[in-house]
Ligand binder design. Structure first.
Ligand SMILES: Cc1ncc(COP(=O)(O)O)c(C=O)c1O
Length: 378
């Protein structure tokens, strides 16, 4: 359950209004303590136990699986989104003349990986832009035809939270025989993911933003049909029986079950794992519905105030409930950065727009602080 004052679980002073977890989320106190305990144990490695090596990351896998609505077997523990997208690219096919469909201004870790994939396969990239006021979903569906081999899209555009209807895009992708790869970094934990409706081939997400975990621990979901695919690397811990340290040179061909074959090397993350675990436990305890309700209400209030002040909303016409893009007049954008910083307000700047990313630690006082600053900028 979400406590009455979730901010008390964080180390954010009252005079800071932090609306930038879409860039990097704050570690909750419990996660910082767990990382410090992990570091202390590594300073005296004789305290490192079999449980630290083998069991604790399985709990992290299971907690993430709960958030993704997937079985734990379908989840791999990876270091970054680029790694997860590379796993997807390694296991997907495209013939020369076919295409990878991306949306305009998607995140570089996705775009660069698909560019490399296209160069290797001799296929093309089609980048879909949307007209002002057009929903992303319509723009994507209008271009998604039998020429497309892979659709690689997010659930929300990372710069402003504009929404894509993945169930509709997934259905169309299946119709034309294209694979669907989703970067859900900007929505995991904040929006319910309906795996049965979307049916992605691969799904990736970072742990250090909305999931409030340490940098370096991210997640990959792989549909069951890829559970016998090719990992990026051949790591000893990914092999069956590797928990028996005394027989490691009885080399085994078999991997651990499910998507575990895609786990990164050193996936036990001995110093960091406890932090990732603590953050996911909190997200789990708070519950998706309570998180969404609180963050949706705060973001909705900001949108209403920004509109009242005359700003245009760049994530219109449909946005994720937890993210908001506010367009500033060009001249105002220049002043806004230092003014917001002076007022203790932290947002991301994307061109002439600011991106507002609230989480459970934000409160009405933060919204007041932001709105007062916006009123000065307007
Ligand atoms: C949509 C999206 N994907 C991925 C990332 C991070 O990528 P990586 O884990 O490869 O550094 C970000 C970070 O801003 C992001 O916004």
């Amino acid at each position: 359950m979400l406590p009455a004052d979730p901010r008390a679980l964080f180390e954010i002073p009252d005079e800071i209004a932090y609306f930038n977890c879409a860039s990097i989320g704050p570690l909750p106190r419990a996660s910082r303590e767990a990382i410090e305990a992990g570091a202390a144990r590594r300073a005296q490695p004789w305290h490192v136990t079999m449980q630290n090596w083998v069991d604790e990351h399985e709990e992290r896998r299971a907690l993430f699986a709960g958030i993704a609505g997937a079985p734990a077997d379908a989840v791999a523990l990876i270091p970054s989104v680029s790694y997860g997208v590379a796993v997807a690219a390694r296991n997907l096919a495209a013939a020369p003349g076919q295409q990878v469909l991306l949306i305009a201004e998607d995140f570089p870790s996705d775009v660069y990986t698909w560019r490399a994939f296209a160069a290797e396969k001799g296929c093309g990239i089609v980048t879909v832009a949307r007209a002002p006021g057009e929903p992303w979903t319509e723009a994507v569906l209008a271009r998604l035809d039998a020429r497309v081999a892979v659709v690689a899209v997010p659930n929300v555009q990372w710069t402003d939270g504009a929404l894509l209807d993945l169930a509709r895009i997934g259905a169309r992708a299946r119709e034309v025989g294209a694979a669907l790869v989703v970067d859900a970094s900007q929505s995991f934990g904040m929006m319910r993911f309906d795996l049965d409706a979307v049916r992605p081939d691969f799904l990736v997400g970072v742990g250090y933003k909305w999931l409030l975990g340490p940098y370096g621990l991210s997640y990959l979901y792989a549909d069951e049909k890829y559970w016998d695919g090719a990992p990026l690397e051949e790591n000893w811990l990914s092999r069956l029986g590797s928990e028996d340290f005394s027989s490691l040179v009885d080399y085994r061909e078999e991997y651990r079950p499910g998507a575990r074959r895609y786990d990164m090397g050193e996936r036990s993350a001995l110093e960091l794992n406890g932090g990732g675990l603590a953050s996911l436990r909190l997200m789990h305890d708070w519950g998706a519905a309570a998180i969404a309700e609180r963050v949706g209400a705060l973001t909705g209030r900001i949108e209403a105030e920004a509109t009242r002040l005359g700003f245009a909303i760049s994530s219109a016409p449909v946005r994720g409930p937890h993210l908001l893009g506010i367009e500033l007049p060009r001249e105002a954008a220049r002043r806004a950065f230092s003014l917001l910083r002076e007022r203790g307000v932290y947002v991301a700047f994307r061109g002439n727009a600011i991106r507002i990313a609230a989480h459970v630690y934000n409160n009405d006082a933060d919204v007041d602080r932001l709105v007062e600053a916006l009123a000065e900028i307007a």
